[in-house]
Design a protein around this ligand. Structure first.
Ligand SMILES: C[S@@+](CC[C@H](N)C(=O)[O-])C[C@H]1O[C@@H](n2cnc3c(N)ncnc32)[C@H](O)[C@@H]1O
Length: 220
């Protein structure tokens, strides 16, 4: 598969999984991490105008947006956002269908914070620097950025099925209809992730939970 096909296959997989995607947030062994991260998010974005990339079903949205000035939740797929839109959410939250790889739908909008959950891991390594540049171009000086994602935990994660020539790893995931989908899913080390951030990133901070990691930084 080409890099573009890998990206398209991942987007399609999440459309098919949208109705029951949040089961992954009910795994008993992840509850302690989830409560800690949910409690941590509101302070980080207090008073900020936040762009959320790939919001999906909006698991993180109510927590991040709790005290934000505004929160634009975006995703490529209306099917995943529809689940988020049915939830009770802070009044500052709005939604828009946006392709994270172009952000063209955002016109000239800029923000003073950005958040994305479980997105970094799905971006092919060769596309990460370009994607980060695109995101940073939307952000004002001093903006706060938070990425969070899954850590690989042998007893809880779907096994890695293969590694490609560029170093991306993949998982074979089975949906409820029995179909199996190969999904690109990377598990960066703190050094690998921080090395991607580019020259505007300041004070990167890696917070390791058992099942998740958080990368927080500011832009110059
Ligand atoms: C792993 S889910 C993350 C959802 C949510 N942020 C979370 O942490 O639970 C990945 C999301 O990326 C979305 N997605 C896939 N391709 C995209 C693209 N090109 N632009 C924006 N969102 C995309 C999918 O629709 C899906 O909702």
């Amino acid at each position: 598969m080409s890099r573009a096909d890998v990206v398209a296959a991942m987007a399609d997989y999440y459309v098919q999984r949208a109705a029951y995607y949040e089961r992954v947030y009910h795994k008993p062994e992840r509850q302690t991490d989830l409560r800690a991260m949910e409690a941590w998010l509101p302070d980080v974005f207090e008073g900020r105008r936040v762009l959320e990339i790939a919001c999906g079903t909006g698991w993180w949205t109510p927590h991040g947006a709790a005290r934000a000035a505004s929160w634009l939740a975006t995703d490529l797929n209306p099917e995943t956002m529809a689940v988020a839109q049915r939830k009770p959410l802070p009044a500052c939250v709005s939604f828009e269908a946006v392709d994270a790889y172009t952000m063209a739908e955002l016109g000239t909008l800029t923000f003073d914070a950005a958040f994305t959950g479980c997105w970094w891991s799905h971006v092919p390594l060769a596309r990460l620097p370009g994607w980060l540049d695109l995101l940073h171009a939307r952000l004002e000086p001093g903006a706060v950025v938070v990425m969070l994602d899954n850590s690989y935990v042998q007893t809880s994660s779907t096994p890695i099925s293969r590694r490609d020539a560029e170093g991306n790893t993949y998982q074979d995931r089975t949906l409820d209809d029995g179909s199996v989908h190969e999904v690109l899913k990377n598990f960066p080390t703190p050094d690998e992730a921080c090395a991607m951030l580019g020259p505007r990133a300041r004070e990167p901070r890696w917070i390791a939970h058992e099942h998740y990691w958080i990368l927080q930084y500011r832009l110059a």
